[in-house]
Design a protein around this ligand. Structure first.
Ligand SMILES: CC(=O)N[C@H]1[C@@H](OP(=O)(O)OP(=O)(O)OC[C@H]2O[C@@H](n3ccc(=O)[nH]c3=O)[C@H](O)[C@@H]2O)O[C@H](CO)[C@@H](O)[C@@H]1O
Ligand SMILES: C=C(OP(=O)(O)O)C(=O)O
Length: 427
């Protein structure tokens, strides 16, 4: 198995392009199910999750083609067309590898009148149930059946009427499934306490470009007027705010400076505020964001929360940066119950982090030392890379498939900034 080797202590400096957002791409791709016309998505990141989703969509008879992308280019253009669906079943083997597969349930139901998807099960960061996805589809008029580890959603004869649903907790995925279903319902639907993440706005903007009628985009109360059919569209995936924030933490921990081309400050205000509170200089620049270490890192107190709060997907990377702060930081993870698996690994590198339940106290230390560490989930993996960039000596990060799900050409981008990093075949 491959591993990443980092020889730490190099100050990062330079310019790096921000890729298309994984979490946006994963909800824009299933929109191809909603029309028989072509959907062209630009700026798709080259990631294992995107390849997996393409494979899943092919399984339903959707044709996909990737145009004009040279291997050295960032971003890809994919055209998808669901002229006719040949299957409405998402099998265990594909869903197991990629939780976001559940996002085919709503659009497939809306298009075909039924959809069967394997239950995704838990994952490293928490239980991650899908009860809210099912409840909101029921509220829109679907019947839900469970059997043999699969969930089957069925529309009544004459189609889904639409309906009203108030989410008891904010869910990004359930909001996305609801939106992709409601756009083709017979009547009006209203969603309350809906997620407001920029990726939801990206989804709504694509759906509108396809002919959907949506009011309240970017707010927690969304009204959707169902239409008879949607048409094709060409759409550019938004930049990855989590990738941008990760590179900002990487630059700051090395005392460096980086320009993140394509990053949109308006999508990542909580991250920018956390970095500024930690004494890091962050300024919008034409076409991107400039980030520079501006003296010692200061401790901060942060809780993760749904957007516009501080993203759970940035918690591990910020924690890695705070390992070298002058004082103790307090982080509270409110979204996922098991998202501190990077803590023991960071401590093996000389960090001093104590956790109690959902709270982690990060006591700043003077330096980190390289070590062999095991990546346990996507953002945990990046936190180890960030720590390794600042650590004295060599860090080896094992189990790279998590990183490959979410960071496009990581070693190449960090090398561009002057890091000493390479991927090698391991045992
Ligand atoms: C592909 C994608 O976009 N993934 C993101 C998405 O995941 P995902 O959409 O899975 O996350 P949710 O927003 O749904 O989860 C938020 C919370 O709600 C709970 N919940 C969710 C659904 C449900 O039916 N029942 C339930 O109890 C979850 O366990 C969690 O505690 O949003 C998360 C929260 O910002 C991010 O960390 C993930 O990177
Ligand atoms: C948890 C994440 O993704 P997923 O929902 O795809 O597991 C993430 O992007 O940090």
């Amino acid at each position: 198995m491959d591993k990443i080797i980092i020889r730490g202590g190099k100050r990062l400096s330079g310019t790096v392009p921000v890729s298309g957002a994984k979490n946006s791409a994963l909800t824009l791709l299933p929109c191809a199910l909603l029309t028989d016309e072509p959907l062209t998505l630009r700026n798709l990141p080259r990631l294992a999750d995107i390849d997996g989703f393409q494979h899943l969509l092919n399984q339903f008879g959707i044709s996909t083609s990737i145009a004009g992308a040279r291997p050295e280019d960032f971003g890809r253009v994919m055209t998808l067309q669901a002229t006719r669906l040949t299957s409405t079943v998402a099998p265990y083997d594909l869903v197991r590898k990629m939780r976001a597969s559940i996002l085919v349930l709503g659009p497939m139901l809306a298009r075909a009148g039924e959809a069967t998807v394997s239950l995704p099960g838990g994952c490293a960061i928490g239980n991650r149930p899908i009860d809210l996805h099912l409840k909101v589809l029921e509220a829109l008029g679907a019947t839900i059946e469970m059997a043999a580890g699969y969930v089957r959603a069925i529309a009544p004869d004459g189609g889904l009427p639409g309906g009203r649903y108030s989410f008891p907790v904010v869910s990004v995925g359930a909001t996305e499934n609801a939106l992709m279903t409601a756009v083709l319902c017979k009547g009006k639907s209203t969603l309350h306490n809906a997620a407001r993440e920029p990726e939801i706005v990206d989804l709504c903007n694509l759906l509108v470009a396809m002919g959907a009628q949506i009011e309240g985009i970017g707010t927690s109360d969304i009204t959707i007027h169902g239409v008879d059919r949607l048409h094709g569209a060409t759409y550019m995936v938004m930049p990855d705010r989590i990738e941008a924030g990760s590179y900002a933490c990487a630059a700051a921990i090395t005392g460096g400076e980086v320009t993140l081309t394509g990053a949109r400050i308006e999508d990542m205000e909580a991250t920018v505020q956390a970095l500024r509170d930690a004494g890091v200089l962050v300024e919008p620049r034409k076409g991107g964001l400039y980030v520079a270490a501006d003296g010692p890192i200061k401790p901060v107190t942060i809780s993760t929360a749904p957007y516009p709060g501080f993203a759970t997907d940035m918690q591990a990377q910020l924690m890695a940066m705070l390992c070298l702060a002058k004082g103790s930081s307090v982080l509270t993870e409110t979204i996922f119950e098991n998202r501190y698996m990077h803590v023991p690994e960071l401590n093996r590198m000389g960090a001093h982090i104590e956790t109690k339940g959902r709270t982690a106290v990060v006591h700043g230390v003077d330096g980190l030392t390289g070590a062999e560490v095991m990546a346990t989930d996507l953002r945990a993996s990046m936190s180890l890379v960030i720590a390794g960039l600042a650590a004295q000596g060599e860090t080896q990060v094992h189990r790279l498939y998590h990183l490959d799900r979410g960071y496009e050409r990581l070693e190449e981008k960090l090398s561009l900034l002057g890091a000493d990093i390479e991927r090698v075949g391991g045992d």
